[in-house]
Design a protein around this ligand. Sequence first.
Ligand SMILES: C[S@@+](CC[C@H](N)C(=O)[O-])C[C@H]1O[C@@H](n2cnc3c(N)ncnc32)[C@H](O)[C@@H]1O
Length: 351
Amino acid sequence: MKLRIPYQDKITLGYSLARSAHFAAQQFSLPIFEFLTTGKRKHRHSLEPQKIKLAYTELYRLLKKDAENIQHGYYPMDVLKPENLAEHFRRYPRIIMDGYQIAKRRMDRNQKDFNEEANEFLKELPEYYQRNFHFQTGGYLTKESADLYEHQVEILFSGAADAMRRLIIPLVKDFYPGQGEGLHFLEVAAGTGRLTRFMKLAFPKARITVLDLSYPYLKKAQDNLHDFDRLDFVQGAAEDLPFQGGKFDFVYSCFLFHELPLEIRRQAVAEGHRVLKEGGLFGFVDSVQKEDTKDFDWALEQFPVDFHEPFYKNYTMNPMEGLLSYQGFAKIKKDQGFFAKAVVGQKPFSS
Ligand SMILES: C[S@@+](CC[C@H](N)C(=O)[O-])C[C@H]1O[C@@H](n2cnc3c(N)ncnc32)[C@H](O)[C@@H]1O
């Protein structure tokens, strides 16, 4: 019998709000360091009071939904387990230093700035990928970038990134109730394995194949997930998956599609369809698109200006639901929270 903790949802929400305030404080500190180092004060649309109020209302709603999902048993409380605090605070000065490098790159509009370590990997990777996404140091191609990545994303989203990632889990649980016994999932573009952790906590008995193009990120995912079993790690591309057809029960990704050109987005959906079993589920979490919200139009326009995201504008204008339907996915369901949406669709059985 599941033990009910009194006020569990309120305690959970209180913790998540405090965590969010912590990352928001780090977010507000970074422009100060940026100003001190570059002498430039950025005009930030996001700092207009009306927009801040709306964004924080949506953030609150997302964290509340996340707490309710835990209460409902979609995933366990363990998803909120904080990382080692000493490690967290040791990383922060590195993030400030990196903020300086990012600001310089942003100022110079320099999106191809790689050191020897990154150059080593670069030559074998697709052209669209050979860039400093978000102006981040090393792109996705150094150990340091992989070490800082999750923390930087939480700062960017004021501590809501994890809850946005988890939006997809209830949609999958409703489709595959239980612990995942006998199921084989494929996580495409898993990065450092943040959503993989949450998926394993929700489906402890599922096998998950963890795939990414970046060797350093995949290596980091392997370190981060060493306490879980039934995981395989594969380096590969979403648009050319190194697997036979009809292998997986669920193929999903998080924060991938907005970083791909339209044609590669189409190929990645087609590849997901190919490697799924009939009746299997395809899904993703990513940024909301134009059709999903009017309130965040300003953010959808500002994001690719502040952060190097050359395919984002096109992404926002081409609804992913359309790509899924075109590929033949059916029974499309979605959920939305803060700046993200989760979408799933089923590969029909052939008659
Ligand atoms: C924004 S990060 C998201 C990482 C992770 N899913 C998360 O939730 O934090 C994008 C990831 O997609 C990977 N990626 C980009 N293009 C890819 C492709 N064509 N095939 C596989 N991985 C790709 C990058 O290496 C990076 O790890």
